[in-house]
Design a binder for this molecule. Structure first.
Ligand code: NAG
Ligand code: NAG
Ligand code: NAG
Length: 351
């Protein structure tokens, strides 16, 4: 974080604390869509191998409990919820907790290994965005039952919607799938994803959502598993893959701008996680980290989901020293920093 950025962040935190002392979150609810970066446990309830509801996942979470979050502790979305004044997290929509008054603060519809490209989710039996949207419609009907029609519609329009998607489309699908990489250039594939993103936002808008923060792709070429598989024996970030992410992010920004121009009353902000995560990877010690190439879990070179488990050999003792928890996902310590950055770039969504 640059000097002016951290100054801004400090200022926002001071303002936010005033609200939080008042006990009222800055928005009535949060609705979360997308992939494993934000999934808070929906995959526990479906038939997929993409799961994280076993140790060592969750070992640093509340009560040291694995919840299905792909992390040792909290996700950036959890810190965001705390930062804006929530005292609990929007429940995973498929969980038992997603019931009655708990739904008043929103819900989490995300599913690890889903993407903007519908068939990415299908490959892994995850919940595609189209189905996440059906769950959201179902949620809206329940909310009307709990809060009444008028209150429900102000919860929806005042609520903050977070969308994180696209990483699995590239990493778990495009780069390893000849049916895609032989047919489309990365640029063409990006265009398909962006079209799906645009359609998704318009559907949310049609359902009454007005505040949307969409995260960019992270530096995909710097994920430990990407370097292992595509880094041709170097321990450096894979430039080509980072380039694809940057190009996607530029399109995401342009398309978001045109959606804002087209849909009146829509507050849509692109939340950049590329630069902050890239900074952590390339300058770990400046941010208090010791290791950015290897992840904490197992050998740290590749393992994620079922390959990161209690029997994995080599899992680190102190995940706070690591930028990455597993082959694809940041640690809680990194997520905390990312969430602070998200807050300063997303401030117009909550003020
Ligand atoms: C709607 O919200 C108002 C103000 O918070 C509350 O007093 C009222 O009971 C709510 N209506 C229903 C049907 O829950
Ligand atoms: C874990 O690492 C962090 C960051 O380096 C450090 O602040 C903390 O004291 C360590 N915790 C333990 C138990 O060693
Ligand atoms: C919609 C959106 O977030 N647009 C951003 C695109 O990038 C420019 C330059 O970084 C920002 O100023 C816009 O806000």
């Amino acid at each position: 974080m640059g000097y002016s950025n951290s100054l801004l962040a400090t200022f926002f935190f001071l303002c936010l604390e005033l609200y939080v002392i008042n006990g009222q979150p800055l928005v009535p609810a949060m609705f979360i869509f997308g992939d494993s970066v934000v999934d808070a446990g929906n995959n526990n309830y479906i038939y997929t191998i993409v799961k994280a509801n076993f140790r060592p996942y969750g070992r640093d979470f509340v009560h040291h409990k694995p919840t299905g979050r792909f992390c040792n502790g909290k996700l950036a979305a959890d810190f965001t919820a705390e930062n804006i004044g929530f005292t609990s997290y929007p429940p995973a929509y498929l969980s038992e907790e997603a019931n009655g008054k708990n739904l008043l603060i929103g819900a989490n519809f995300a599913s690890g290994a889903s993407g903007y490209y519908e068939t990415t989710a299908k490959l892994y039996h995850a919940i595609p965005l189209s189905q996440q949207l059906e769950h959201f419609k179902d949620y809206q009907r329940k909310l009307e039952g709990i809060a009444g029609k008028t209150n429900a519609s102000s919860i929806i329009s005042g609520g903050l919607c977070l969308v994180s998607s696209g990483s699995s489309d590239f990493i778990q699908n495009y780069y390893i799938n000849p049916l895609l990489y032989k047919v489309y250039t990365p640029d063409q594939f990006s265009d398909i994803l962006i079209e799906s993103f645009s359609a998704f936002v318009q559907k949310l808008y049609g359902l009454g959502v007005r505040k949307i923060g969409v995260s960019t792709l992270p530096p995909l070429g710097c994920l430990p598993a990407t370097i292992t598989v595509f880094g041709s024996d170097s321990n450096e970030c894979v430039d080509k893959i980072n380039g694809d992410a940057v190009s996607f992010n530029n399109k995401l920004n342009a398309t978001s701008q045109s959606l804002v121009n087209k849909l009146s009353g829509l507050n849509l902000v692109v939340l950049d996680i590329y630069q902050p995560l890239h900074d952590l990877v390339t300058k770990p010690s400046e941010n208090g980290f010791v290791e950015a190439r290897r992840a904490c879990c197992g050998t740290g070179l590749l393992e994620t989901s079922i390959l990161c488990n209690k029997k994995s050999i080599g899992t680190c003792a102190n995940a706070s020293e690591y930028v990455f928890w597993d082959g694809f996902h940041p640690t809680e310590a990194a997520n905390k920093i990312l969430a602070d950055d998200l807050l300063s770039s997303g401030i117009s969504l909550i003020s």
